[in-house]
Write a protein that binds this ligand. Structure first.
Ligand code: 6A9
Length: 783
């Protein structure tokens, strides 16, 4: 076999699904379950977007014209540059109810979503959207007598045409806007009802590119404005349009109900009844009772009474709701990088993954509205507690993305809408790159929850069959790490793929670890071993082992896991490989020197001056522990791998509580203030990221460990308990305060600058672990 043929086989394997029964084919994901999750706010990238969990869906959404500094802007896709002072779900149950608030320069919008299967409904049921518009400062609006323009659209991704109601509706009563039919739900109709004065204009378009909807509407309005002087849609429709847009112009305050009925036909005698149930006063009653249900369930599950005050309570609810309201459904093909030197005939440097669906939460609706592998494990810690069926459905989708090597692409950019948000250099996924297998955190909880008889009979039954089917997939996922990320010596691991040629980075990044620029060995080579990866491997083995025990499996494979889990949890071995016993800190090991700097010099170009960075070594690197105290050094602690009577535990508490090292009043720094790389830029374009800032996922893990050690007898029990209380209240206070001050949850928080939110604004991914911090709910990490 030639080298080329072998490479080709590797490439093909990387885009071939693992040959194992699919998770999503499990009976528990069919029938009622599937239908109950058919419609939802599954387009988190837009301010309000509805679709069904099917590749070619009907999609609906909201746009409006915002006025900022005297200029008009069309709002649609969540963008930080829109500078809304807040937006997000204040309530959302992940299924059939949500309530969102948006504040756009004095315009106050609310969007409520309600779904229901009525008598005569088609597959997936009916849904209603209530839009409320108000002016924050009513004087402003009155003075200008200004009009607010809302746009609601419905479009068929399959291209099937939609019928526009024959005349522009003028009455306020329920008026038909559009109708059509769809293979999965039958005939459908869309109605509008409002008690307020309104003017409606409309336009129909024929297009298959749904990620350009904003442009279509903007152009139509602009063209018409030039001809008529009015900011209106032109009341025209292209032949066989599959996109229908309705502009509803109102004076605030106003309220509009829009209702979508499936399986309908105007002749259906029940239609009137179904409309009135989902609009007007009856809708108000239903929304109120759904809100109440949501709040009661929140109290019951997160049992936060007496633990937090009422101001904090609403922020906790918003955190959960934004996570659930951020859950999306995506469909498409990842682009997988070809090995160096390979290109396709058409010059593409990638090969597509198989077409796949992903139902997943997202880290940020504006910045990263797509699935990220290791983020998802943290999301699921919250979601399984709220709705274990949704959580298994999400985890199931991710596990179905395993290829035949046992690999899952880290970042999921599926479909044109998702792709349109990603700069080109981030699109390709490399089949040699890992990402922490955090899904094991949630799966471990499910497995031990069954043991502890924490679930109802019905839930337990489904979790069992889920774990049973997941087993083979988890095994091959684990084997992928075990075989591709292993170190030079048995039982050691490192994140492969760091750049050992770079002269431009102060410390070559480790994106695979999730901790991007957290400093590792300065000169990557195969002697390296990473303590965080070792701990992830421990978690994975322990998790698979407990599933095997639960399923009463007893093959050679299970014995291997048993052995491996004992090896990985052996304290002496851990210490031999990673402990600096002078300061009692765990470190990576590798070819390293502390004496590296970036030199900046100017290069004479034709007509510009360019800066080049050169990584200089003032002292040759040598094999050693890599002396950077930070999140990585706390991994054995986070995983509860340190025996509770060990002196090392005392040292870990020293590192955590020391204000010159990790402690701040807002949470723990990612990197010690004493580290040589603390707050250092990595390149000209890379400001420090995991080099000081406070991240909530890691703080949550550290808090879990403090909680664990505070509840186990041992000499450091009391001290762990004190630090636990302080860290917990610091985290809650700071996240809540930032939320009140800025209207958002943030990607991370500034360890100086009074704990101010930093990075992506509106980061409703793992920052929503706030809910569990408030509830004092922590993962099962310990055997
Ligand atoms: C950039 C730019 C509009 C970086 O939360 C997702 C990930 C984490 O998994 C990772 O641990 N974030 C953390 O270090 C964000 C990564 C975004 C990469 C793509 C595209 C888009 O600009």
């Amino acid at each position: 076999e030639t080298e080329g043929a072998a490479t080709l086989r590797t490439v093909m394997r990387s885009v071939t699904p693992l040959s194992a029964p699919r998770m999503m084919d499990l009976p528990q994901f069919q029938g009622d379950h599937k239908e109950s999750l058919y419609w939802g706010t599954y387009r988190p990238n837009v301010y309000l977007g509805i679709r069904s969990r099917t590749p070619l869906s009907l999609i609906a959404g909201l746009m409006w014209i915002g006025l900022k500094n005297g200029q008009y802007f069309l709002r649609h896709v969540c963008q930080d540059s829109d500078e809304l002072s807040t937006y997000g779900w204040t309530a959302h149950n992940g299924r059939d109810y949500g309530h969102q608030m948006l504040v756009d320069h004095g315009l106050l919008l609310t969007t409520s979503f309600l779904k229901e299967k009525g008598e005569g409904s088609g597959y997936g049921g009916d849904w209603a959207v209530r839009l409320g518009a108000n002016s924050e400062r009513s004087s402003l609006n009155d003075a200008q007598g200004s009009t607010t323009h809302l746009f609601f659209y419905i479009a068929d991704e399959s291209g099937k045409s939609i019928t526009m109601a024959s005349h522009v509706p003028s009455s306020r009563g329920p008026v038909l806007l559009a109708s059509g039919s769809h293979d999965e739900i039958g005939d459908w109709e869309l109605y509008l009802r409002s008690e307020d004065d309104l003017e409606i204009h409309r336009a129909g378009f024929k297009s298959m590119s749904m990620h350009n909807l904003s442009d279509l509407v903007q152009q139509a309005v602009a063209t018409n404005a030039m001809q008529t002087g009015n900011l209106n849609l032109p009341d025209m429709t292209e032949d066989s349009s599959n996109i229908m847009t309705y502009q509803v112009s109102i004076k605030t305050p106003a309220q509009i109900d829009i209702v979508f009925l499936s399986g309908s036909a105007s002749k259906n005698p029940k239609i009137e009844e179904r409309i009135s149930k989902l609009t007007g006063p009856m809708l108000s009653t239903r929304l109120e009772s759904k809100q109440k249900e949501f709040e009661e369930r929140y109290d019951q599950i997160f049992n936060v009474n007496n633990k937090i005050d009422s101001k904090e309570l609403s922020v906790g609810r918003a955190a959960l709701s934004n996570l659930l309201g951020g859950v999306g459904y995506f469909y498409g093909q990842s682009k997988i990088a070809l090995p160096k030197g390979f290109t396709q005939k058409n010059a593409d440097k990638y090969i597509p993954y198989w077409p796949a669906a992903l139902y997943t939460a997202v880290p940020s609706r504006s910045f990263f509205p797509r699935g990220f592998l290791w983020d998802e494990g943290f999301h699921q810690l919250v979601i399984w507690r709220w709705d274990v069926h949704i959580s298994m459905d999400i985890i199931g989708h991710w596990l179905d993305l395993l290829n035949s090597d046992g690999w899952i692409p880290r970042e999921q950019i599926l479909g044109a809408e998702a792709l349109s948000k990603v700069p080109e250099e981030f699109v390709l996924q490399y089949p040699s790159n890992g990402n922490p297998p955090t899904l094991f955190l949630a799966i471990r909880d499910l497995a031990s929850g069954i043991h502890a008889k924490q679930f109802s009979g019905n839930e337990a039954e489904k979790i069992s069959s889920f774990l049973e089917r997941a087993y083979i997939r988890l095994n091959s996922w684990f084997q992928w790490f075990n075989s591709t990320q292993s170190g030079k010596y048995e039982g050691t691991f490192y994140w492969h793929g760091r750049d050992n040629m770079t002269t431009r980075e102060l410390n070559p990044k480790t994106l695979t670890s999730g901790l991007d620029d957290y400093p590792r060995a300065s000169h990557p080579n195969d002697e390296e071993r990473h303590v965080d990866l070792r701990c992830w491997m421990l978690l994975a083995t322990n998790c698979i082992r407990s599933i095997a025990e639960f399923l009463k499996m007893d093959s050679a494979l299970e014995k291997d896991y048993y052995k491996m889990s004992n090896q990985l949890s052996d304290f002496r071995t851990l210490n031999k490989l990673h402990l600096d016993d002078k300061i009692g800190a765990y470190f990576d090991y590798g070819n390293h020197t502390e004496k590296v700097r970036l030199r900046w010099y100017d290069v004479q170009d034709k007509d510009t001056m360019r800066r080049e960075l050169l990584r200089e070594t003032l002292q040759p690197p040598q094999l050693q522990l890599v002396p950077h105290v930070g999140y990585v050094s706390l991994f054995p602690f986070m995983m509860g791998a340190i025996p509770h009577e060990s002196w090392v535990l005392d040292k870990q508490l020293d590192l955590i509580s020391n204000t010159s090292i990790l402690w701040t009043d807002y949470g723990l720094r990612s990197l010690s203030r004493t580290s040589s790389i603390y707050m250092k830029r990595n390149t000209e374009h890379d400001p420090p990221y995991w080099r000081g800032a406070i991240w909530i996922n890691m703080n949550y893990m550290i808090l879990s460990a403090l909680h664990h050690y505070a509840n186990e007898d041992g000499p450091y029990k009391g001290r762990a308990g004190e630090l636990y209380d302080k860290l917990r209240s610091n985290l809650i206070r700071n996240i809540v305060q930032n939320y009140h001050e800025t209207g958002f949850f943030w990607e991370n928080y500034d360890q100086n600058n009074k704990g101010k939110g930093k990075g992506a604004r509106s980061f409703t991914g793992w920052t929503s672990l706030l809910v569990l911090i408030m509830a004092e709910s922590y993962p099962t990490l310990h055997r």
